[in-house]
Design a protein around this ligand. Structure first.
Ligand SMILES: [Zn+2]
Ligand SMILES: [Zn+2]
Length: 243
């Protein structure tokens, strides 16, 4: 390796795009991150975003039209999302945003979106983390897909973490938590909205956000997340039937 390259490597070490481990300059990923292992491929269920074989949707129609994600919340995708959210490394949104934009082209081919928005955090939550990871992902996706981003939703008060609750408690936990600011409702009328979140677990958050957007005048809501949790029969089934 040339001296200049060695010096640069020391000052700005190359890091795995998923987990952030320092790696050889000529590589993109470390030895353990294999994004293809957690990639969602083939025919997917448009309601839970999983491959058909992994779907266990309950009866009942969600408020959103469809949901899609490039990854299951496992392996390299899980590491990148943990680094983004809890390691406070906003650059981890880059690789996930690229994969989400690719997923958007593949899964929502033929659809055009009037506006892109994201699942909000409370003002206090954003202050504590320094950013909303879903906003970073939305901005990365929207830039590549050339869709305007708008802050259509706000989260008015804090709720216990969704993943700590039983599925049956999740929907009730979110009732009335989100709202659309008055100034945004005019632009929202009859719009087809692309709604972005980082991880879909039960789908309750996306569903409540979609419901809020529809009540405020949106025509349709399509969801795109970086990852979905692979459903285990009888445990994490979407609680949309409770709505
Ligand atoms: Zn890695
Ligand atoms: Zn399904």
């Amino acid at each position: 390796m040339a001296f200049k390259e060695t010096a640069l490597c020391f000052l700005f070490p190359r890091r795995c795009r998923y987990c952030g481990e320092v790696i050889d300059l000529r590589r993109e990923l470390c030895n353990t991150c294999r994004p293809d292992d957690c990639r969602i491929t083939g025919t997917i269920c448009p309601r839970c975003g999983c491959e058909k074989a992994a779907c266990n949707c309950r009866p009942g129609k969600p408020f959103y039209e469809r949901v899609a994600a490039p990854f299951y919340y496992e392996g390299a995708a899980e590491k990148a999302l943990l680094r983004l959210k809890f390691g406070k490394r906003p650059e981890a949104a880059d690789v996930l945003g690229e994969e989400m934009a690719r997923c958007l082209r593949e899964r929502y081919d033929g659809y055009s979106f009037d506006v892109c928005t994201y699942v909000p955090m409370t003002k206090k939550g954003v202050r504590q983390r320094g950013f909303n990871q879903s906003e970073l992902l939305a901005r990365a996706v929207a830039e590549q897909a050339n869709i305007p981003v708008k802050v259509l939703l706000q989260k008015d008060y804090e709720t216990p973490d969704q993943h700590r609750l039983r599925a049956v408690d999740r929907s009730g936990n979110l009732l009335g938590v989100f709202s659309v600011p008055e100034r945004e409702t005019a632009d929202l009328q009859n719009a087809r909205v692309l709604l972005i979140d980082d991880i879909k677990t039960s789908g309750a958050t996306l569903n409540e956000c979609a419901k809020t957007l529809l009540i405020a005048g949106a025509a349709e809501v399509f969801c795109l997340t970086a990852a979905v949790t692979r459903l285990r029969r009888g445990h994490d089934a979407p609680d949309i039937a409770d709505q």
